[in-house]
Design a protein around this ligand. Structure first.
Ligand code: NAD
Length: 370
């Protein structure tokens, strides 16, 4: 099976869908990989490294020619989608719940699209779970950004010049990114508290050495392990409880998300005003509108001395390791869809059917014969 790796063109995107190490593994398993010139450059992977791993390095105009699969990170632009061949397999973060226009475009092209966001979160698909791998990177980077922007050191220090109290960090939302943020903030020496609306999380928070901050609101959990949206009353209750507690913290990292919905609003503007000058909020939900009312997606702002970091796509700021992890996820999905390099699409399979977001009639051998 020939697999093409384009150079990402979305603004600020530094990741690449396959890294040389994974290209080499795929080459030994019936896949032939073509990488567009400079596709890995922004993540630190050279064309020479891809060529040594067994990839063909092609000019952008020729990259996807003859490929049965195109693997990428961000969704293709309208122009890129327009160049995709009929019945080509496309793998990437395709934003199926939010980018209806993009999905319709792929559908009109007859593309067989697999969205990394739609991989079912079942044990068998764990190696393909790119939401988790990238959330891990984002949670780590969020803490580093907070530590960098904060005028306070994280650890307790006892020196001849006196004692420095540890930073106090609050992590809101303790899913994959939040748990990684807790672990990273703890390693840097902060005293960490965390909150999530899913009650199952309390034990995980405590096992990482953080205190569970009970804000008194709980949400149901869906079969997929996600939180359901709070009612407006619960949301007001949560905001109120948080407003009381938030002035205690130097660092607040928010990661609360509901798939396909705007990010829940946890921190209203008046709660930010109660925080001490020098405090930092890193809003990992910025791309979905933000957990803080004052977050400006893509920007870093100052609200009366409180720094609010609303940068989006944090995994892209750690492009090498984010790409390594993502490439492993893509490799696992390719091997699932095309064992031994032979495309065998069984849409009755939970992973194949679950991750597929667009497909033309006749996308399987059986349908073709019918
Ligand atoms: P996510 O990114 O969608 O959400 C992040 C967190 O925000 C979640 O923990 C959610 O409960 C929380 N949240 C939502 N609304 C909130 C609110 N109002 N206040 C505070 N917190 C709020 O979720 P995620 O990190 O991708 O994962 C969620 C769950 O899926 C976790 O239980 C995780 O362990 C599970 N998971 C399972 C698998 C698997 O079984 N293979 C893989 C990955 C994740």
């Amino acid at each position: 099976m020939r697999v093409a790796v384009p150079r990402e063109t979305a603004p600020g995107e530094r990741r690449v869908a396959l890294v040389p190490e994974v290209v080499q593994r795929l080459a030994g398993e019936g896949f032939q990989v073509t990488v567009e010139r400079d596709a890995g450059a922004a993540a630190g992977f050279t064309d020479d490294a891809y060529a040594e791993a067994g990839a063909d390095v092609a000019e952008p105009s020729a990259g996807a020619r003859g490929a049965e699969a195109v693997v990428r990170v961000a969704p293709p632009s309208a122009a890129e989608a327009g160049k995709l061949a009929d019945k080509v397999v496309l793998i990437g973060f395709l934003a199926p719940l939010t980018d209806t226009e993009g999905i319709a475009r792929l559908s009109a092209r007859g593309v067989i699209g697999f969205a990394m966001e739609s991989i079912p979160r079942i044990t068998r698909a764990q190696s393909m779970d790119a939401l988790s791998s990238q959330a891990t990177v984002a949670g780590y980077k969020a803490v580093l950004l907070a530590a960098d922007r904060s005028p306070k050191m994280f650890p307790l220090l006892m020196t001849a010049a006196g004692t420095v109290a540890p930073a106090r960090a609050l992590i809101l939302g303790a899913g994959v990114a939040g748990l990684q943020a807790i672990a990273t903030a703890r390693r840097l020496g902060a005293v960490v508290s965390a909150f999530d609306v899913r009650s199952a999380v309390q034990e995980q928070v405590e096992s990482l050495g953080a205190a569970f901050l009970d804000l008194g609101v709980r949400a149901d959990e869906t079969a997929g392990g996600y939180a359901t949206e709070l009612t407006p009353e619960q949301q007001a209750e949560q905001q109120h409880a948080l407003e009381e507690r938030i002035p205690e913290f130097d660092i607040v990292i928010t990661t609360a998300l509901i798939p396909g919905r705007p990010a829940p609003r946890l921190i209203p503007a008046h709660a930010v005003r109660k925080m001490r000058a020098g405090s930092v909020i890193v809003d990992l939900a910025a791309e979905a509108g933000g957990n803080c009312e004052l977050t400006q997606p893509g920007a870093e702002t100052d609200a009366d001395g409180v720094t609010i970091v609303g940068l989006t796509n944090l995994p892209s700021l750690m492009a090498a390791d984010a790409s390594r992890l993502y490439a492993r996820n893509v490799q696992a999905l390719l091997q699932h869809l095309a064992p031994g390099g032979e495309l065998t699409l069984d849409f009755a399979d939970e992973i194949t059917g679950g991750a597929c977001v667009t497909r033309p009639a006749g996308a399987t051998a059986d349908e073709e014969r019918a």
